[in-house]
Design a protein around this ligand. Structure first.
Ligand code: TXA
Ligand code: MG
Length: 349
């Protein structure tokens, strides 16, 4: 299949491209598009056959439900009821990087929800995404626009890398601002539960919800007794081709351990990348250094994380080393993605 790529610089000037892409969604085709979290791979959420194509193009397991993207808060036609707490969250954080799980109405096909009775809904904070949904005239089901298992794409080049030839259309915009996927909050239970950490942090949610818990499975290594409630969180994910190890401990010991491992690998003719903060990068005399940004600006680290993992693949390194981050604010989402990308290979020093 030939994939058309269109870069949107201005909604007004480039509206014809958006209309063309919206027509493809409406007709049951696939379109990748920017959102503020990561790029999404969209199809008409109400069309079972269209949604099936998403699973095919990504190589996504059939039991992993999709998030439905909307352009307004009027979602009554999609869900059974909207609890007060969900309304409050929508008012505060939509449009934005928050997915809310609610019980679905039959209008949403089982293929979209992977046979669950609930559905994740989100209104993205990106004007291209919102315009595309509006013009399509339907809600858009969209997982991240990567081949299953790979780091999510945060710019159009990475979408092209994964999906060129597999889908009808790729819409390009700016680099995604948040860089990690939306926070998922299950509002079908009381108190609500965070199923995946993201740009809307636990601290921000607590201010609105008061009581809110975190699904235990998202912080620890998955075990057979602790099944994540978001089916997608059980898969190996976000993984670069090279092995990734996380070094966790105080500053001096972390530096020492990273330098020791790098030396060891280089002595064995291997190539190592270090994902480093701005503050630490001067401490590593050998190895390929990729800066994630300042440790005092974790939103910057989140924004650069997936792109940095993909750069390591471009460099064809044998090993990637990364320091651990404090699990506060967006640090919780960063560590969740890093842990999964590393398959929980963590060296404590
Ligand atoms: O930021 C995002 O959410 C991005 C952009 C494109 O919007 N999308 C995204 O979709 O991350 P995806 O498919 O890569 O991740 C969706 C996650 C999966 O872990 C899935 O299992 C979970 O959401 N999920 C979806 N519906 C669910 C439901 N009804 N109950 C529990 N988990 C659900
Ligand atoms: Mg994904």
């Amino acid at each position: 299949m030939e994939t058309k790529v269109a870069i949107i610089n201005s909604i007004d000037n480039d509206i014809e491209y958006l209309k063309e892409a919206a027509g493809i969604i409406y007709d049951g085709g696939l379109v990748a598009f920017p959102t503020e979290t990561v790029y999404g791979l969209g199809a008409n959420a109400l069309n079972e056959d269209a949604v099936y194509k998403i699973f095919e193009a990504k190589g996504r397991p059939q039991d992993n439900p999709l998030i439905v993207h909307v352009a307004s808060k009027e979602i009554e036609y999609l869900v059974e009821e909207i609890p007060e707490i969900a309304k409050k969250l929508m008012d505060k954080f939509w449009p934005g990087p928050l997915t809310i799980i609610l019980n679905k109405k039959d209008i949403i096909p089982n293929r979209t929800s992977a046979n669950l009775s609930s559905i994740g809904i989100r209104m993205p904070n990106n004007e291209i995404a919102l315009k595309l949904i509006e013009l399509s005239g339907c809600p858009i089901a969209a997982p991240s626009a990567n081949i299953s298992g790979r780091p999510s794409p945060t710019d159009v080049e990475r979408c092209i890398e994964d999906l060129n030839g597999k889908i009808e259309y790729i819409i390009g915009g700016m680099q995604s601002d948040v860089g990690v996927e939306s926070t998922i909050v299950d509002c079908t239970v009381t108190p609500p539960v965070i199923l995946r950490p993201g740009g809307i942090t636990l601290e921000m949610l607590k201010e609105i919800c008061g009581d809110i818990t975190i699904d235990k499975a998202i912080q620890g290594k998955p075990d057979a007794n602790l099944k994540p409630k978001a089916p997608g969180m059980k898969y190996r994910h976000y993984a670069p081709k090279a092995k990734l190890k996380i070094i966790k401990g105080n500053r001096e010991k972390t530096i020492e351990k990273i330098n020791e491992i790098v030396q060891n690998y280089i002595d064995n003719q291997k190539k190592v990348a270090i994902l480093s903060t701005e503050e630490l990068k001067g401490e590593f005399p050998i190895g390929e250094i990729i800066s994630l940004g300042s440790e005092n600006e974790l939103s910057e680290v989140a924004k650069n994380l997936f792109e940095s993992l993909r750069q390591c693949d471009d460099m064809k390194v044998d090993l990637i080393l990364c320091q651990a981050f404090a699990e506060k604010g967006v640090g919780l989402a960063i560590m969740n993605r890093l842990n999964k990308a590393a398959g929980f290979d963590i060296i404590e020093v």
